[in-house]
Design a protein around this ligand. Sequence first.
Ligand code: FAD
Length: 159
Amino acid sequence: MDDRQFRNAMGNFATGVNVITTEVDGEVHGMTANAFMSVSLNPKLVVISIGENASMLEKIRKSKKYAVNTLSNDQKDLSMIFAGQIKEKRHVEFEWLADLPVIKGCSAQIVCEVVNEHIEGDHTLFIGKVVDLKLEECPDPLLFHKGQYKSLEKANAVV
Ligand code: FAD
């Protein structure tokens, strides 16, 4: 099996899009991520998966905390900024929740403390204990499917 075939198979699984944020030595860093999953209700745990070449990896190792900001379909630009798909530096406004920078206007802001870290292949899984969260009424979610941004508006409803 080649890498392309594996990537295509993973790309067939439609996901939402998050920006992971953290702060180290007074500097805020963000990174777009769709590898996110709820792990446990009691205690409340989630997991994110960060590639070995991402600068976010060392930042979370240092801060031992991260926030998950779930994007709406009017926030595609933010996904592109934090994935390095928009090259020029853009100013992004952050607000604060439980001492972590979070992104305004997201449908969910979830603040986590790292309770475990697993290196698996070329990614590291960070298990996060949810310490605070904030929800907002937002438009539909931003979706990612087959390597493209999509929105629910154009998808057919399944009844
Ligand atoms: P950098 O490349 O240094 O930063 C990323 C970008 O964010 C840069 O352009 C930088 O200027 C900007 N930025 C960072 N902080 C700020 C700030 N405070 N203000 C303004 N701009 C800032 N990779 C994974 O490892 N796991 C995933 O789950 C994952 N999912 C993805 C899902 C999607 C839909 C996409 C498009 C990409 C995904 N990626 C994922 C890839 C990942 O987003 C990119 O490889 C990213 O560039 C890696 O970021 P980095 O931490 O190396 O930081």
